[in-house]
Write a protein that binds this ligand. Structure first.
Ligand code: GFB
Length: 329
């Protein structure tokens, strides 16, 4: 089957629409005139539940699914709960992809993560590096679930001929991120820590690890734009990397976030905390070859995210709400 034209009238299910990625997708889809969106909160449909997911998709019958629902977290959350990261992600993927397959949904975009690539992959990492070496241990369980998702999509392409595709975003940030002090990714985690230190007049802030690892950061709005580019113009079995192609050390990121939050005290490093993978920057030539490029520079994106964070502090918090990248509970 050829990939159907990605029209404004297509009925699109954004799985995980309250998370960092899903909410950016919904913003971008609406801004570009896609009005027929299928959305469901995790309390309406628990995507880990096969039966509930199958009934929901049978009832709504989307023509396009973007699978942005997942259990995600930073290095400490991954290391603390690998069984949850493996199990929840496998279950979400199996529920959604099996139900979509049974209904013959013509177009699925599955979102993975750059941590699927081997820890020692040559940088910048090409899509062809997948499964060429051992994974970074701090997030191997999560990565293996995501690799299962890529293989699932590829297998459906092979067996049923459906034009399903996968994208591998690098480390993401933006409005709607999870700012939990220990469970979050580095950028929102540091934003909160430096903000609180600036407010309290603290003289020192501790950053985990040595500060030497390098990471690439992509704003969620740029990822959303990339997803639309792929839905409109990509149909192949290989995952497509989504990043900026530029990376920064954690120490430099910490200085940038400190400056943004108005913190002027000392920055200390705690090498007893894990560094994780030493470097992770993606080769984005497949995607730039399709005409996409990142638009939001890190400094501007961090400033805008910090402004969002300040606003969110004034919003009433819902009890039990997960302000994560993607919401599963
Ligand atoms: O963002 P992060 O948790 O993700 O950590 P990974 C990146 C780097 O920042 C690590 C350091 O070297 C951390 O030690 N870091 C410094 C901090 N201070 C902090 C802090 O306060 N919080 C956090 N979280 N890190 C994740 C994977 O790995 O990447 C996920 O665990 C996912 O599975 C995600 O794939 C994209 O890049 O190390």
């Amino acid at each position: 089957m050829r990939a159907p034209e990605f029209t404004r009238s297509a009925k699109i299910f954004v799985a995980g629409h309250r998370g960092l990625v899903g909410s950016a997708l919904v913003r971008r889809l609406r801004a570009t005139g896609h009005h027929d969106l299928v959305l469901a909160t995790s309390s309406e449909v628990d995507l880990r539940d096969r039966g509930a997911t199958a009934r929901f998709l049978l009832d709504r019958r989307p023509e396009v699914i973007v699978l942005a629902a997942a259990r995600v977290g930073g290095i400490a959350a991954n290391a603390a709960a690998p069984a949850d990261f493996l199990s929840d992600n496998l279950r979400i993927q199996l529920s959604v992809l099996d139900a979509a397959r049974a209904l013959g949904v013509p177009r699925v975009l599955f979102l993975g993560s750059s941590c699927i690539y081997p820890r020692e992959a040559r940088q910048p990492i090409k899509e062809s590096a997948l499964l060429t070496g051992p994974l970074e241990p701090t997030n191997a369980a999560y990565a293996i679930a995501k690799i299962a998702g890529i293989t699932h999509v590829r297998s459906v392409r092979e067996q049923d001929g459906l034009p399903w595709i996968t994208a591998m975003p690098t480390n993401l940030y933006g409005p709607g991120d999870n700012f939990h002090p220990t469970g979050s990714h580095v950028l929102p985690g540091l934003m909160r820590r430096f903000h609180e230190a600036a407010q309290s007049g603290a003289h020192s802030v501790t950053v985990w690890g040595t500060g030497t690892p390098r990471r690439e950061f992509l704003h969620a709005d740029d990822l959303a734009d990339a997803c639309l580019t792929l839905l409109a113009g990509y149909d192949g079995p290989d995952p497509v990397n989504v990043g900026t192609g530029r990376d920064i050390t954690i120490a430099d990121l910490a200085r940038l976030v400190a400056e943004t939050a108005g913190y002027t005290g000392r920055i200390e490093f705690d090498p007893s905390k894990p560094d994780g993978t030493p470097r992770k920057v993606l080769d984005i030539s497949t995607l730039t070859g399709l005409g996409w490029e990142p638009r939001i520079r890190l400094r501007e994106g961090v400033a805008a995210t910090y402004a969002w964070y300040l606003e969110s502090l004034d919003l009433p918090r819902q009890r039990g709400e997960v302000r994560g990248h993607e919401v599963v509970r």
